[in-house]
Design a binder for this molecule. Structure first.
Ligand SMILES: Nc1nc2c(ncn2[C@@H]2O[C@H](COP(=O)(O)OP(=O)(O)OP(=O)(O)O)[C@@H](O)[C@H]2O)c(=O)[nH]1
Ligand SMILES: [K+]
Ligand SMILES: [Mg+2]
Length: 522
């Protein structure tokens, strides 16, 4: 799916310029005059179900179903008897809420019916709404699409809303809420303003430079004064030149360069937000019998893998999605690493190594009571040493070394070897050390996925990354000292990418892909 989105985004960037097209081409086109309705709460038997409508006939539908001449007070819950308009048969006693537009979720007139959640009640009310002229069932995501079309949400906020609905872990929820609150959009708008300012500056320079014979390099040197001119200023030109002097602020140029630095920093972190959205890859590895499968079962709280005293039990890569310390993780159990075994286990070792390369975080596990064995020493000298040798800045992989079976160490005896890299002690058998491991995992995952409680807004989608990269690439052509016209065009292209990120000038295809993530009723 990401590849498809990326290609479309690339096409959109290359394709002919379109006006701000926030409308869908299909039946879901907002503003088509239709009033839509849908069950917005989950399917199935429940205490309360919420059915809502959006569109110009919402008030009419509410009056018809409540057999009332007047609408209830806006934005206040009122208890009403709902009846089928065709037969007059009572359907339910329900709470109704009337949200006249534009102060509603979609910006249109909206009604919410909070009915008892039995399937017969829900289908009775849906059928009654369907019988009202001008009303039709909503398509997936159509409420949100209307909110977007009416300027209630920008595109990054729409994505935040989709992510919030799909959020399964605490960190995902925090991140989605921040995006829904508009943090990423706000950041992009600030950047776009910087570019608009710089563009005004360059365009003014072009206009004045053509007929006023300004000295070369004024822009570069940040010359904000009109006395850098070669020709004297006529008194009639003074008012416009003072405007010019304001526009030629040296800070505009400095701000564009600072923006390049900021974009670069965000792009370097781009993978983090995407990991937070789709799950970080955590791979458990180590020599046979270290207790890898025992740890995977402990962390996922279910018997994912077979545990046995026989070395070489796990052969295939077993992947399970888990919530680790609030972060979404795809946890992989792998075969114990050793050489000189039969072909089946050897294939397991090959797969384990392959998976290890894809890991964002490696959980390297050793048997604490068996550190002197050749397999432990070999593991320390290869896997642990090679990841540990890389500096955190040039490696996207992180590693936590865990010494398992601490229950087998005698309390009086010497601790683990002093030459070991930093490690944690754990016993999968007794659970001792598990809290410490979870805390260490939380810190590592915050580094891998970005910390949604504190850090700067994350780029959670390939689309975000594509536009920021496009913006940065365009700015590499911003060289006002060489060619002002090209510099202005570079600024325009760069700003276009930021605008498209929040949804201005978006294409139908991209909107369709984004709204496809929504369910009916949202
Ligand atoms: N005493 C003790 N035994 C443990 C502990 N953790 C696991 N074991 C035992 O160690 C043996 C191997 O455990 P597994 O979880 O199968 O180890 P593994 O690393 O997945 O083994 P392979 O898949 O064969 O590479 C089993 O008999 C476990 O019960 C622990 O903390 N303490
Ligand atoms: K085993
Ligand atoms: Mg195993």
């Amino acid at each position: 799916m990401w590849r498809g989105l990326w290609t479309l985004a690339a096409q959109a960037a290359r394709g002919p310029r379109r006006l701000c097209t926030r409308r869908s081409s299909g039946a879901a086109a907002p503003g088509s005059g239709a009033t839509i309705f849908a069950l917005s709460s989950g399917q199935g038997r429940c205490g309360i179900a919420v059915i809502r409508t959006s569109g110009p006939s919402s008030g009419h539908a509410l009056r018809i179903l409540t057999a009332a001449g007047d609408l209830p007070p806006a934005r206040h819950a009122s208890l009403r008897l709902l009846s089928d308009p065709r037969s007059g048969e009572p359907l339910d006693r329900a709470l109704v809420l009337w949200f006249p537009g534009p102060r509603s979720f979609t910006g249109e007139d909206c009604v919410e019916f909070h009915v008892h959640g039995g399937p017969a009640v829900v289908s009775g009310v849906l059928q009654a709404l369907g019988s009202v002229p001008g009303l039709r069932p909503a398509e997936a995501g159509e409420f949100t699409r209307r909110a977007f079309a009416n300027g209630k949400l920008n595109l990054t906020e729409v994505e935040g809303l989709a992510d919030l609905i799909h959020a399964e872990t605490e960190a995902q929820r925090r991140q989605a809420l921040r995006q829904l609150d508009g943090e990423l959009g706000h950041l992009c708008r600030g950047w776009a303003e910087t570019l608009t300012k710089a563009l005004a500056h360059v365009e003014a320079y072009i206009d004045f430079g053509e007929d006023d014979n300004l000295e070369e390099g004024v822009l570069e040197q940040g010359g904000s004064t009109w006395w850098g001119r070669k020709t004297p200023v006529s008194p009639q030109r003074l008012p416009s030149l003072s405007l010019f002097a304001c526009l030629l602020s040296p800070t505009a140029d400095i701000e564009v360069r600072a923006l390049e630095v900021a974009l670069g920093a965000h792009l370097r972190d781009a993978r983090r937000g995407q990991r937070l959205r789709s799950g970080a890859h955590v791979v458990v590895t180590g020599p046979p019998n270290a207790g890898k499968s025992s740890l995977v079962n402990l962390l996922s709280r279910k018997p994912v893998s077979i545990v046995s005293p026989e070395p070489g039990t796990t052969r295939d890569v077993l992947e399970t999605p888990v919530d680790l310390a609030g972060f979404p993780v795809l946890l992989s159990d792998t075969a114990g690493l050793r050489e000189g075994v039969g072909p089946v286990e050897q294939e397991g070792v090959r797969r384990a190594r392959e998976r290890l390369e894809q890991a964002d975080l490696i959980l390297a596990m050793l048997d604490a009571s068996d550190l002197a064995s050749p397999s432990s020493c070999n593991f320390l000298a290869t896997v642990v040493a090679s990841v540990g040798a890389r500096s955190p800045s040039d490696s996207s992989q992180r590693l936590l070394l865990v010494l398992n079976k601490s229950d087998l160490l005698s309390p009086e005896g010497p601790g683990p070897r002093p030459d070991l890299p930093p490690h944690l002690l754990l016993s999968c058998l007794t659970g001792e050390g598990l809290d410490g491991l979870l805390e260490a995992l939380r810190k590592e995952l915050a580094a891998v996925c970005g910390d949604p409680s504190t850090g700067s807004p994350l780029l959670t989608r390939a689309r975000h990354q594509h536009h920021l990269q496009g913006c940065l690439d365009a700015l590499s052509h911003y060289k006002p000292s060489k060619d002002l016209a090209l510099a202005a065009e570079a600024l325009r292209v760069a700003r276009g990418h930021l605008t498209r990120l929040t949804g201005g000038g978006g294409t139908e295809e991209i909107l369709d892909i984004i709204f496809r993530d929504f369910c009916v009723g949202k």
